[in-house]
Ligand binder design. Structure first.
Ligand SMILES: NC(=O)c1ccc[n+]([C@@H]2O[C@H](COP(=O)([O-])OP(=O)(O)OC[C@H]3O[C@@H](n4cnc5c(N)ncnc54)[C@H](O)[C@@H]3O)[C@@H](O)[C@H]2O)c1
Length: 342
């Protein structure tokens, strides 16, 4: 059996990953999660309702080194996804954010180094490690900001510039993960993810904006926009991300120690205003929105340059935003929203 641990496995990405990996009977999946994220319990309930024999849940916290050592013992692969995920909460509670994201990651790495040094470690980092990217020249259109020069988007060569406690704690973790390859030879891969979206995403105003915008629209409620709404993100459907994780694991000898930017790329981007426009057409309803001041560190444009991951792993996004967002609308209608305002 391949023992596979997913920290944060009851979260959005973790649930999709578990559902994918559990199909292979040779895998024994362990979800390690403290269920602190609203919606994680629902995801867990859904996973457990399937009665998979090779899936197990362990309620635990990444700040608990002792439990981590027990959980990662004999693991072949550890996906480290557990995190405090919201910039807003990190500003309110920077110590807690640091303890979970930075310390928690260091605990995981140490636990693996001590008891399972041959395990492969996949770490979910973030494009926030590049900061606000204020130095890049932008053009402004009616609905969005556009890079004036960075035609292919942001590559891994961009300077690190941690901004916001979340950016700092995740960036710190990202660097530790890479360094555990260099110093201790652990087989690590870091994915600096853009906006990921898809089924099992319980988006709210603080994190998971695509799902949040759809939920608000389906409920007929207005949306708060922080900034002018022209900020652009490249969007990646979660199943495409999981395909990248799995390809990296298959080619681990080639990519251990690597860091990849990963996102929907230049063909799969939306500004907030454009997503609202798209949803308005798709759902055939008027969507109200209000403007509020910018949030700290918010990038005006982030588009991932996926060329390195394409070169090394042969990976590129396959699910278009249009198709993916329609799929998420269907999922939210079926599982989350009764449209009368639940
Ligand atoms: N979703 C995105 O767009 C995105 C983008 C960039 C990076 N990421 C990273 O990907 C990872 C997964 O994100 P997600 O969108 O699935 O978020 P999520 O909030 O849905 O999942 C995170 C899970 O971690 C759990 N968790 C939180 N604190 C914990 C702790 N102290 N101990 C154990 N479990 C804990 C939560 O209960 C939750 O189930 C995170 O590390 C996040 O920083 C996500």
């Amino acid at each position: 059996m391949n023992k596979i641990v997913i920290t944060g496995g009851a979260g959005f990405i973790g649930t999709n990953l578990a559902l994918n990996l559990v199909k292979d009977n040779a895998n024994h999946i362990i979800i390690f999660d403290n269920l602190s994220r609203a919606g994680a319990e629902k995801n867990l309930e859904f996973l457990l309702s399937k009665n998979y024999k090779n899936l197990q849940f362990f309620k635990g916290d990444v700040r608990d080194f002792k439990s981590l050592k027990e959980i990662v013992k004999d693991a072949k692969i550890v996906f480290h996804l557990a995190a405090q995920v919201a910039v807003t909460s990190s500003v309110e509670e920077p110590l807690k954010d640091f303890e979970i994201n930075a310390m928690g990651t260091l605990y995981i790495l140490e636990a693996i180094r001590k008891v399972s040094p041959d395990a492969i470690i996949v770490f979910a980092s973030t494009n926030k490690v590049y900061g606000e990217l204020k130095h890049l020249k932008l053009k402004e259109t009616k609905t969005r900001y556009v890079f004036a020069e960075m035609k292919n988007g942001i590559s891994e060569k961009e300077n690190l510039d941690f901004h916001s406690p979340y950016g700092v704690s995740k960036g710190c973790a990202d660097q530790y993960v890479r360094d555990y390859y260099r110093i201790y030879g652990l087989k690590t891969v870091v994915f600096r993810q853009s906006c990921i979206y898809g089924a099992h995403q319980h988006g709210n105003e603080d994190q998971g904006w695509v799902a949040h915008f759809i939920i608000r629209s389906l409920m007929g409620k207005s949306i708060n926009i922080y900034g002018d709404g022209k900020q652009v993100r490249d969007l990646l459907e979660v199943r495409d991300l999981i395909r990248a994780y799995k390809t990296a694991i298959k080619k681990i000898e080639l990519v251990k120690g690597e860091i990849f930017n990963i996102g929907g790329g230049k063909n799969n981007s939306f500004s907030l205003l454009e997503l609202i426009e798209f949803l308005s057409k798709e759902l055939n309803r008027k969507i109200d929105y209000n403007f509020y001041p910018w949030r700290p560190g918010d990038q005006k444009v982030f588009i991932s340059d996926n060329r390195r991951i394409k070169k090394l792993l042969g990976w590129e996004p396959e699910i278009s935003t249009e198709k993916g967002i329609k799929g998420l609308i269907c999922w939210l209608r079926k599982f989350r929203i009764d449209e009368k305002g639940k």
